[in-house]
Structures are given as C-alpha cells and as structure tokens.
Ligand binder design. Structure first.
Ligand code: GTP
Length: 597
C-alpha cells in the first residue's frame, strides 16, 4: 500500500470510557468482520481466548476503508495496554503509530488515565483527534468536557467528534477524521530494513508471534532477520496482517503493521522496542530509546497446601511463557516451605497473575508482603538490589538504603479532596501540585512506592467512594531512613512476615501486626510473646495467654462418636497450620496479617 493511503493510530482513554466499544464499531462498520462473526468486544483477547480456546491476541487490527474522497485506505489500529504498570509497552506501541483518538466519556470527563495516556501520545508526537463518547446518555455534557480538554490538557477540542459508540452514532465521522486529520506514515522503501518489535505473544499453534511496524525497507517471507538489541537471528516462516484473524501476506513495506513467526521459542527471547533488520545488509543504527522493562514489585507466592508446589511450578512456567515482564525464582521459607519469589511491573500486574494462578489453575496461594526493589549501598561502594527483605545484608556493612519514588496523579471530586490529601500525607507524600479541572481537583504527589504497594489504591477508592482516579510513574531513587522490621513469634523470627519500613512508621505498623497476629494465632498450652523488632530492639509486643482449648467440653453425655468426630475435625484443622518452633500458626494468619487496614 502507498504510504499516502495508510493511517496508523491508537485509541487512548480512561478505563470504561468506551475504547473497546469504539474499536468494535470501527471494525463492524467497515465490514472488516462480517456481522454474523461480530462478537462484543472484538478486541478483547481474553474473550476470544475463552470462546475459541486458543490465543489470538487480536488487539491490533487492519481495517480497509473507502473514504468520502473515493480512495481506499488501510487503517491500522494498535491497541495499547490500559494500565500504568505497562507504561513502557504503552509508550512503545505509541511510537509505532502517528496519531491517536482521545476518547473521553462525555458524562464523566477527563480522568487520571486520560491524562497519563494523552501525555504519552503527545510525547510520541501524535496528531490527536478528541472524541467525546456516550453522548446518548442524559448526563452527557459534551460542551463542558470540551472545555475541560482545552483547559486541562491544552488541546484544541473545537473539532471534537461527538459519538455514541454504543448506538453507532457518529462512527462515520470518526473514520473520516482518521483519514483527513491524522498524518500518513513516512518511510523509505529503498533503505535497509528497519522495523520495530511492538509486541509479542505465545500462540499454542504458531509459537511466538511478533507484532512489527515497518519503518524503512521491505520485509518478506523467508527473509533472514536479526534483532539488534538481543543479537538473535531467525528466518521468517510466516508474515501476516491481522483483520483481526491472520491473513498471510508476501511482504510488508514502510508504514505497514503486521505479524511474523520465526520459530522463536519463548516470548522472553523478544524484547519490546527492539529493532528488527535483515541479517545481511541490515541498517546501521537501531531505533532510539530502547529499554527493557524490569520488575519493580516483588513478593513470594507459596502454595497453601505444600503438596501443590509442583502444580504451582507448572502453572508459573506456563504463565511466564506468555508474559516476558514477569520474573520468578524458587524460594524457600522456614514458615511457608517451598514457593517462588516473583517480580512484577506493578501492583495490578501482581494481582492479575495471582488471580490467574488461583482461578485458572486452581491453586490456593499465600502471598507474602509485596516489596519494592531497594538499592542497598554498601560501605565498600558496591550497590546491591534488594528484592526480599529477608536478604538484607548485615547492617554494619551497609552505608545507606535508597527506595523508589513515584509521581502520583490523582483526580478527585472536591468533596473528597481533604481525605485524599490526608492519605497522601500519611504515606510520606510530598505535595507537588494542586489544580482544578472543572469541579475536580487534580493533585500531584511525590510518594515512596513502598507506601503505595500495600493498599493505597484500595484506601483511595474507599475514602472517595470510587470517584477518584489514580495513575503513577516511577521517578527515581532516594535515600531515606529505612529499616527491616521482623516479627518474632515465641522469640523466633518469622521470615515471611519481615518487611522494610520507614523508621518513623515502624512502631505503628509493628503494633498493628502484633495485635492482628494475637487474634489470629490460636492459644497454646503456654503463653506466647508476639513481637515486632528492628535489629535486636523490640518496638511492639503482645502476649497470647496460655489456654488449653478443650474442644470436647461442650459434648455433654456420653456420645462417643460425636466426640471422636470433633477430635478428627480438630486434627484436620491442624493440617492447615504451620509448625513454627513450638508454635502452630494458621495459614490464614499470614494472609490476614499482611493486609493493612
Ligand atoms: P476497558 O476495556 O475496561 O478498558 O474499558 P473500555 O474503555 O474499553 O470501555 P468499554 O468499551 O468496555 O465500555 C465501558 C462501558 O461503557 C460498557 O458497559 C459499554 O457498553 C459502555 N459504553 C461504551 N460506549 C458507550 C456509549 O456510547 N454510550 C453508552 N451509554 N454506553 C457506552
């Protein structure tokens, strides 16, 4: 296809503002997918996976469209992950296209992820077409939202397209706006091949499928290619475009977007943002700005039932096949037995993986306290990355410890602003900005990531009744007064409950943990001290009184079978306990103690 007749774009929106619904309408109204094959949320890979039982990551689609000018255009829509955890992937995908549709729900207005995503699009030099969705709703206020886009984002919204993705109203205007207002891609067909690796996924039938955007040159089936960052070399087996089902093509030229397969074994062999060129007569300089995504939040995952360890291993290996950003290694804990230390791009990523392990693979898990990655500066000058508080080196060798900081943007209705400011202050936040976007306040805070990984988002949602939106990016590392807090039960440290905390917050958190554990650990024949300690110093203490729990006490009379049954039940209950020194700690205690209220 001629460059002038190609338009490449993405859709940026806050969650639930109608991105998927709009994509569905664009696909449907152009006849890309026959009506009888049209499923709701065509671009939702998970749905398709569920329905057909195979993986088609159909989040990219090529649409053929005859415009009002009588010419035929190829429109390539690349879907971008919606969440902050995948910020790097979002910014990469955006560099593969020239423009964006900015979808804003006309009844809600601009939200935190609207801002985060639109700024990424602006950074990628996109031409942006504002689209006001859901104008069918009585609560829609398109004029106010138009003004808000201009005030808050600084984007001219006078030509915003008004639509209802649900009813289909305004969809032809969106298609025309894509053709007339977004720029055609540029590129040189005669230059050496230069293509961007935009995304990759594992398909059970085809193996690893790689999504590419050709910048310069032409890529053909059978070509020998190399990945410039990893140095890996492959022969291309298959070249296709996504409509959204794969349709084979012989070649892809400048400006085009498609997929290739090349007997690549695992998704981790492909790095998002890498440059693909020909093995011979390749291009000299790779595309700029490549950086591999690294996990920022770590936690231990242990099976509740230790007999399920092998099942957990198999499940984790399977998940990792399709998710290169998730890391894992075996870990053993005195309290929890064998499990895995896993690294994630962020909290949502952690939750998604944990949910999938529990739901899709049916494994009950104990998740240890999530920890961020600390930089431990040793007296020797060496810097160690700390993923697990249990591995903190002897403090006499440590000079100082640095923690990751984030820039958090929160949009919230005026009424809840006070509570939000208090929450941020309580979490060691430093206010950077406080402005208004219509009737909503926008606050920007500098916060330690450590204070956000526990339960910040849950707290924010509950204090604002779900009306706040939140987004963050990691800004860098800073030194602070950080210590390792240990929990001792009957004078024995329980490694799974160790955590890094700020010195000023240690007492509070230690006390809360001890109080919780006191309620969660059953009484024993002897009294049990439960302590929080920093180094050798105890900072909080509770004592669990001794008691003999006689479960048969309430069995009056001589009903022996009933008595036996109760004793058996008690025995079975014990299996769900972990023997710790002389003390038995129920599994539930680990899960509950780590949840902060
Ligand atoms: P995620 O996929 O969760 O990120 O959300 P999204 O932005 O893709 O939104 P989605 O398309 O799933 O739409 C969210 C909800 O809004 C769905 O219940 C849609 O049916 C509804 N919706 C989308 N467009 C319209 C519209 O024009 N009018 C009305 N009334 N509802 C709409």
């Amino acid at each position: 296809t001629e460059l002038a007749n190609i338009r490449n774009f993405s859709i940026v929106a806050h969650i639930d503002h109608g991105k998927s619904t709009l994509a569905d309408r664009l696909i449907q109204s152009t006849g890309t997918v026959a009506d009888r094959d049209m499923k709701e949320q065509m671009l939702d890979a998970m749905d398709i996976e569920r329905e057909r039982g195979i993986t088609i990551k159909a989040n990219t689609v090529r649409i053929d469209y005859r415009a009002n000018d009588g010419q035929d255009y190829v429109l390539n829509l690349i879907d971008t992950p919606g969440h902050v955890d995948f910020a790097y992937e979002v910014s990469r995908s955006m560099r593969a296209v020239e423009g964006s549709l900015l979808v804003v729900d006309a009844s809600q207005g601009v939200e935190a992820q609207t801002l985060a995503n639109v700024y990424t699009a602006i950074e990628a030099d996109h031409e942006i077409v504002p689209v006001l969705n859901k104008i069918d709703l009585p609560a829609a206020e398109p004029e106010q939202v138009r003004a808000q886009i201009e005030d808050v984002i600084g984007l001219d919204a006078s030509d915003a397209v008004l639509i209802s993705a649900k009813s289909g109203l305004g969809i032809p205007d969106v298609l025309e706006a894509i053709v007339t207002r977004l720029p055609a891609p540029q590129g040189d067909r005669n230059a050496p091949l230069k293509a961007m690796l935009v995304d990759s996924w594992y398909d059970p039938y085809l193996g690893v499928v790689v999504l590419i955007r050709v910048m310069d040159g032409v890529i053909r089936k059978g070509d020998n290619i190399k990945m410039m960052q990893t140095g890996a070399k492959y022969g291309i087996d298959k070249l296709a475009v996504l409509k959204p089902a794969m349709v084979d093509v012989a070649e892809l030229g400048p400006g085009e977007i498609g997929v290739l397969t090349a007997s690549i074994k695992q998704v981790r062999d492909t790095k998002v943002g890498d440059t693909i060129t020909h093995e011979k007569k390749g291009c000299e300089t790779p595309l700029p700005g490549f950086k591999p995504s690294v996990p920022v939040v770590f936690c231990g995952l242990f099976p509740v039932d230790s007999a399920e360890f092998e099942d957990l291993r198999t499940a984790i290996e399977k998940l990792a096949l399709n998710d290169a950003s998730f890391s894992y290694e075996m870990e053993s804990s005195a309290a929890l037995g064998f499990g895995f230390r896993c690294g994630f791009l962020g909290l949502l990523h952690l939750e998604v993986i944990r949910d999938r392990l529990e739901r899709e693979y049916g494994i009950d898990l104990i998740t240890t306290a999530p920890s961020v990655v600390y930089h431990v500066h040793m007296r020797s000058g060496e810097v160690q990355e700390l993923h697990n508080p249990a591995d903190l080196p002897d403090l006499t060798h440590v000079d100082h410890i640095e923690e990751p900081r984030i820039k958090a943007t929160i949009l919230v209705p005026d009424d809840y602003l006070g509570d939000v400011l208090k929450l941020c202050q309580d979490r060691r936040g430093i206010q950077q900005e406080l402005t208004y976007a219509g009737s909503r306040a926008m606050v920007v805070y500098d916060l330690p990531l450590n204070e956000v990984v526990f339960d910040f988002y849950d707290r924010l949602k509950s204090i604002t009744k779900g009306y706040a939106s939140f987004d963050y990016e990691i800004t860098g590392y800073r030194q602070d007064n950080l210590v390792k807090m240990q929990i001792l039960v009957n004078d024995e440290p329980v490694d799974a409950l160790s955590m890094m905390v700020h010195r000023d917050r240690a007492e509070g958190r230690g006390r809360a943990m001890c109080e919780k554990l006191k309620d969660l650990i059953p009484r024993h024949m002897f009294k049990i001290p439960i302590q929080a300690a920093i180094g050798g110093k105890v900072i909080a203490r509770e004592t669990l009184a001794a008691l003999r729990k006689d479960v048969t006490a309430k069995c009056y009379g001589g009903d022996v079978t009933r008595k036996k049954k109760l004793l058996e039940k008690q025995k079975a209950g014990k299996k769900k306990m972990r023997q710790f020194g002389k003390v038995e700690i129920p599994q539930q205690a680990f899960i509950s103690a780590l949840k902060m209220d």
